[in-house]
Design a protein around this ligand. Structure first.
Ligand code: EPZ
Length: 431
């Protein structure tokens, strides 16, 4: 199993190109199930989750070819996928596949929309929480789906004629349930209203792609989506939006180590709450043409800040662990309240192995800044937690070894290459 070795203490300087967003690329790939034409996706990041979803889609009948490999100048441009689901020959998404990646549960909506039936394994819990799918199922029922649970599978069927439009009002904001219901509603008969929809930029990206494919959607980027179903969708060409979580992670890494880095391709409008917080802490943030410049001088001391995770446009839960790592050496008490997931503090114990002073109780953690962190062996527990351990390693004295790097590979493209290009001492130890 690969590990990452980091020798801390280096400032970061230069440019990091931001990849396409994992959390948009996945539902965009799933959208290809909605049409027998070819959906071309550009700027797809090369990540383990993307590869895994490719396997799942192939199982349903999707063919795909990949062009635009990345050697040479265009190294930072993602890959181009041509996905064609001419015929869906299997409407089952098996446990062995769905359990490896939760987002694959989102095939349920499009399979129901196009094939009027689906059998999809329940995804189960994971390291960050129980993560139920009741909102997905309740939403799809509002579109007429009949749903049974059998042997850990969702067995879903539509009445004759397929799904029909309906009104879905989510009691709480869910990214996945919004994706699933949106991907179902575009092929339902009549109008669907989704209230209290998630408004994360990745949902807007998927909705824009669906519109290019012929879907009729109003209210994109808001909490109310109005969808007028169409009988069929066509192929389209779409470029995956930049990864705001990757951009935020590198911004926080620079804030922690000090230095001056241009995040090429990062979109500040997707990251405003995190940027505001970093500015409050004393980090230099400049919005420039084509990206964001992040600066912290060697002698600039950051100030403690307090943050609460919230659905977009609030501070993202996917940056909570990295934020904590950024504040580890900041004098005074910073704090985090995690309101989205009930168990997203697995990184705390690992960061404490490096000498961090964090006390956590319930949904709150307090970080007391320490003078020094010392490198250690640490264990990645989930994707974003792993990124916080990398940031911890970058500021710690001596060597840090991050074990279970496969978590990182699920969502950060070539992290060690990108960081070493701006001066970090970081390498992958392959076994
Ligand atoms: C998406 O997960 C993201 N995944 C997550 O990113 C992200 O952390 C999360 O949204 C919140 O922003 C992808 O986009 C692939 P939710 P999702 O449904 O859709 C509860 C990463 O690291 N809930 O918005 O699974 C749920 O338990 C990942 O890239 C229900 O109660 O998240 C949670 O407490 C991790 N019932 C809250 O809602 C439901 O039916 C928000 O979850 C669905 C959700």
């Amino acid at each position: 199993m690969d590990r990452i070795k980091i020798t801390g203490g280096q400032q970061l300087n230069g440019t990091i190109a931001i990849s396409g967003a994992k959390n948009a690329a996945l539902p965009l790939m799933i959208a290809s199930l909605l049409t027998s034409d070819t959906l071309t996706l550009k700027n797809v990041p090369n990540l383990a989750d993307v590869v895994q979803l490719g396997r799942i889609l192939r199982n349903h009948g999707t063919d795909f070819t990949i062009a635009g490999k990345r050697p040479g100048k265009n190294k930072m441009q993602g890959e181009t996928f041509h996905l064609t689901s001419r015929d869906i020959w299997d409407t089952t998404a098996p446990y062995e596949m769905v359990s490896k990646m939760r987002a694959s549960f989102w095939v349920l909506g499009p399979l129901l929309g196009r094939e009027h039936k689906a059998r999809v394994s329940l995804p189960g819990g994971c390291a960050i929480g129980t993560r139920p799918v009741d909102l997905h199922l309740e939403g799809l029922k509002k579109l007429g789906a009949n749903i049974d649970l059998e042997d850990g599978y969702v067995i879903a069927r539509t009445p004759r004629g397929g799904l029909k439009g309906g009104k879905i009002t989510f009691p709480l904001i869910s990214v996945g349930a919004t994706h699933n219901c949106l991907l179902a509603a575009v092929l339902a008969r009549g109008e669907t209203l989704i209230e209290n929809a998630a408004a994360e930029p990745e949902i807007g990206d998927v909705a824009r792609c669906l519109v290019k494919m012929g879907a009729k959607i109003e209210g994109i980027d808001t909490h109310t989506l109005k969808i007028e179903g169409v009988t069929q969708l066509e192929g389209a060409v779409h470029t995956v939006l930049p990864d705001r979580i990757e951009a935020g992670t590198y911004a926080m890494a620079v804030a922690a180590t000090g230095g001056d880095v241009f995040l090429e391709g990062a979109d500040p409008t997707h990251l405003q709450s995190a940027l505001d917080l970093m500015i409050e802490a004393g980090v230099g943030i400049k919005i420039k043409k084509g990206g964001i410049q992040v600066t912290r001088g060697a002698r600039t001391k950051l100030k403690p800040v307090h943050v609460e995770t919230q659905p977009f446009p609030g501070f993202p839960t996917d940056l909570q662990a990295q934020f904590m790592a950024m504040m580890l050496k900041v004098p005074g008490t910073s704090s985090v309240r995690e309101t989205i997931f009930e168990n997203r503090f697995m990184h705390v114990a690992e960061l404490m192995r490096m000498g961090a002073n964090i006390s956590q109780s319930g949904d709150k953690a307090e970080i007391e800044g320490v003078d020094e962190l010392i490198g250690a062996q640490v264990m990645a527990t989930d994707l974003r937690a792993s990124a916080s351990l990398v940031i911890g390693g970058l500021v710690a004295k001596g060597d840090t070894i991050v074990n279970r790097v496969y978590h990182l590979d699920r969502g950060f493209e070539r992290i060690e290459e990108k960081l070493s290009a701006v001066g970090a001492k970081i390498e992958r130890l392959s076994e």
